[in-house]
Design a binder for this molecule. Structure first.
Ligand SMILES: Nc1ncnc2c1ncn2[C@@H]1O[C@H](COP(=O)(O)OP(=O)(O)OP(=O)(O)O)[C@@H](O)[C@H]1O
Length: 535
């Protein structure tokens, strides 16, 4: 775990300006602290000597105000930098996750934990640790430089004892690294397991297995709690150790200054300056150590957010398709395509061909598990086969279509061109047989539906997704089991609409419905491969 990872600036350009400004402000704040020490020493000397202390008081006041203003600026700038850095990282990991082909995509739970908790953990790192790190590098150098000029003996004591602090901090940091990684693993397990349990809760309740999951979630949470407590214990211990070391070092400087003052070998001003400057050399490093524990999560998160596996660079969701050579019109050309899921040897698709030009209805049939959905995924560009097909722009209605949290209208307009009017939306609902249902809702198109279409039946969800396909202007429609979950009448309506639509667009529908097969123009039947038959 590095205190600062230069990849952050290199790979996320949006972080450069705020981090740069924050570093300059933190260094200026450190310089103001040194100036304040000089002004205070002069003020005390003038007061004791009953000299012209008003001028020194003004200098001290000026340095004090400057330090305060810069401190305030660093705090505000830190908060701004924290939001800028975490947003940039979150945007990066999510956009790369979405763009990556399914094969290169990291686990969804891991990506979610990184984008939510990971990016959030970066905030204290950027807001507090980075300014502390800059001060920890700049201020001790300035303080020691000033001491060399003012009182070389005190400078020598500081130079000898100062390296012990970063050395100590680095040793503690190495132990923290393992603990923090353990905590992240526990958190990911917790997030993954909790997500699985929530998704499977209806099934678990049906089989009377829900109670057992409480125990499992409790055990995983306990692991996370214990890992957190271990990190906290280490944080308190290491802060105390660094504090003790710094205090002893400052005490040594103070004792030597006191002895020399009593012997009259140094002036009061020099003695005071040495006593004021010495802590300025130690406290920034102590602060780096203290902030490090709060920021350790952030440093680990940055490491993971920038790791090539969580952000597969240079990949595109569609390795082919709507790029420069997208075929115009309604063209689909899949010839002898082969595909095996990552980590498996067996080819789900082995030499499958599907060629269609112009409008029409192609149905894909075959026994369950033969690879029909996989074929649609390949045509949609979601999976990357050995020999990429040529296809026009597609609109894909999957078996579990995604309906975002929001109004029914926004769910229907997802993927539709901006020119579609409200009457177009009602027309699509009427054609698909949902007009009466939506018109009967108190809020009509403004009705809110939950995440994943929560509040709609499976059949209603399918028809909302089909109405959305009608509203899109993609020349090729891919439909996975469009009549599943529908009763006889609703299924017939969908078959009629698809038949009508096939006069203008190319429809490729995976189906088990004989009615849809009966009205199709082309029929592709997938048979199990030899490997599938023998497995
Ligand atoms: N993500 C995956 N990783 C590994 N294997 C998978 C994955 N998804 C599907 N498969 C396997 O690929 C094969 C084809 O699955 P696919 O969903 O394409 O079948 P299908 O013909 O659409 O089935 P159904 O008619 O039941 O929907 C199945 O044996 C399935 O187990």
């Amino acid at each position: 775990m590095k205190p600062f990872d230069p990849r952050l600036l290199r790979e996320v350009p949006a972080t450069r300006a705020p981090i740069g400004l924050l570093a300059v402000a933190a260094a200026a704040q450190g310089a103001a602290a040194i100036a304040l020490a000089f002004a205070l020493a002069r003020l005390v000397t003038d007061v004791v000597a009953q000299g012209n202390w008003e001028r020194s008081a003004l200098w001290a006041l000026g340095a004090f105000v400057l330090r305060g203003v810069l401190g305030m600026f660093v705090d505000r700038m830190g908060a701004h930098t924290a939001t800028a850095v975490s947003s940039a990282l979150r945007r990066r990991v999510l956009s790369r996750w979405i763009e990556a082909p399914a094969e290169a995509r990291p686990d969804a739970e891991e990506a979610t934990t990184l984008a939510v908790q990971g990016a959030e953990a970066v905030e204290p790192y950027a807001a507090r640790f980075l300014p502390a790190l800059v001060a920890g590098v700049v201020v001790p150098v300035l303080a020691v430089g000033a001491l060399v000029v003012v009182d070389p003996l005190s400078a020598l004591i500081v130079v000898v004892t100062l390296p012990l602090l970063p050395l100590f901090a680095a040793l503690i940091g190495r132990t923290t690294e393992d603990d923090t990684m353990g905590r992240w693993r526990a958190l990911e397990q917790l997030a993954g397991h909790f997500g699985d349990v929530m998704r499977g809760l209806p099934t678990l309740v049906t089989y009377g297995r829900a109670r057992r999951q409480v125990e499992v979630v409790r055990a995983v949470s306990d692991r996370h709690r214990m890992a957190t407590m271990r990190t906290l214990r280490l944080a308190f211990l290491s802060s105390a150790a660094l504090e003790l070391l710094a205090t002893i070092s400052v005490a040594i400087v103070a004792v030597t200054v006191g002895l020399r003052l009593t012997h009259g070998s140094i002036s009061l001003e020099v003695g005071l300056l040495a006593i004021l400057l010495a802590p300025e050399a130690y406290w920034p490093i102590r602060r780096v150590g203290a902030e490090f524990h709060a920021a350790a999560d952030g440093a680990t998160a940055i490491d993971r957010l920038l790791a090539p596996t969580s952000c597969p660079a240079g990949t595109s969701r569609r390795a082919y398709g709507p790029n420069d050579d997208v075929p115009a019109g309604q063209e689909v050309e899949v010839v002898g395509v082969e595909y095996a899921y990552p980590g498996t040897e067996t080819k789900v698709l082995d030499g499958v061909s599907l060629v269609a030009t112009g409008p029409g209805l192609t149905v894909v049939t075959g026994p369950s598990g033969v690879g029909k959905t996989t074929l649609l995924d390949v045509i949609a560009g979601l999976r990357t086969p050995s020999n990429p097909p040529r296809i026009s722009q597609v609109h894909y209605v999957t078996q579990r279509p995604f309906l975002p949290d929001g109004t029914l209208e926004s769910a229907l307009r997802l993927g539709a061109p901006t020119g579609r009017t409200t009457s177009d939306v009602w027309d699509a609902l009427r054609r698909i047989g949902l007009w009466e249902f939506v018109a009967g809702l108190p809020d009509g198109l403004g009705t809110r539906i939950g995440d994943d279409g929560f509040g709609l039946s499976a059949g209603q969800r399918t028809r909302v997704a089909l109405a959305r396909a009608l509203l899109s202007d993609a020349p090729v429609l891919l439909l996975d089991e469009p009549t599943a979950h529908l009763d006889g009448d609703a299924a017939r309506t969908v078959v009629d609409v698809l038949r009508e639509l096939a006069a203008k667009r190319r429809i490729i529908a995976v189906t088990h419905s004989p009615d849809l097969v009966a009205v199709s123009d082309e029929h592709v039947h997938l048979a199990p491969t030899f490997a599938e038959l023998s497995s």
